[in-house]
Design a protein around this ligand. Sequence first.
Ligand code: MN
Length: 205
Amino acid sequence: MSYQFPELPYSYDALEPYIDKATMEIHHTKHHKTYFDKFVAAIKDTGFDGKPLEEVIRNAGKLPAAVRNNGGGLYNHSLFWEILSPRGGGDPVGKLADSVRKQFGSYDDFKNRFTDAAINRFGSGWAWLSVKPDGSLCVCSSPNQDNPMMDIADCNGIPILGLDVWEHAYYLKYQNRRPEYISAFWSIVNWEKANANYEEVLSKL
Ligand code: MN
């Protein structure tokens, strides 16, 4: 298989005012595209060229740093665009809503925990909601372009929702105010997609 650079499922200005058009355009056409291009170059001659991206990610610790960093960047952003929507926000839906309540107490308790993970990630990285191998939900963060699916991850699981907290994701609009960006994120979370991701992961456990 050849690797795909995904289009956004909405226009660059669709997430205004929560994420501005200039940030979305640069983030997708420059940052994400660069991860894609560098990944395609780095994966050659590793023995993994052409393997599904998920399989590459699962083996990131055994592969060159350029594969881990750029493959992670490709995977993470592809997930990120999908779990945002101009029609997002509100409360979690479906089976995921039940599990969030059961495991974290309430949606607000979950939001607080995820927000803490996103705020306290020092430097560049991501906050995640993942499904652990035993099917339970897990909130954590990871540095750089790592993610919980990687064999080297501290928190092991399959990500179903992620938030990019690199400064490139918010600096044009929010400058140093990461907590404001995180707060805005909740207004554009695509819970339908997060729930679909959740059900898909559960079905494969
Ligand atoms: Mn990014």
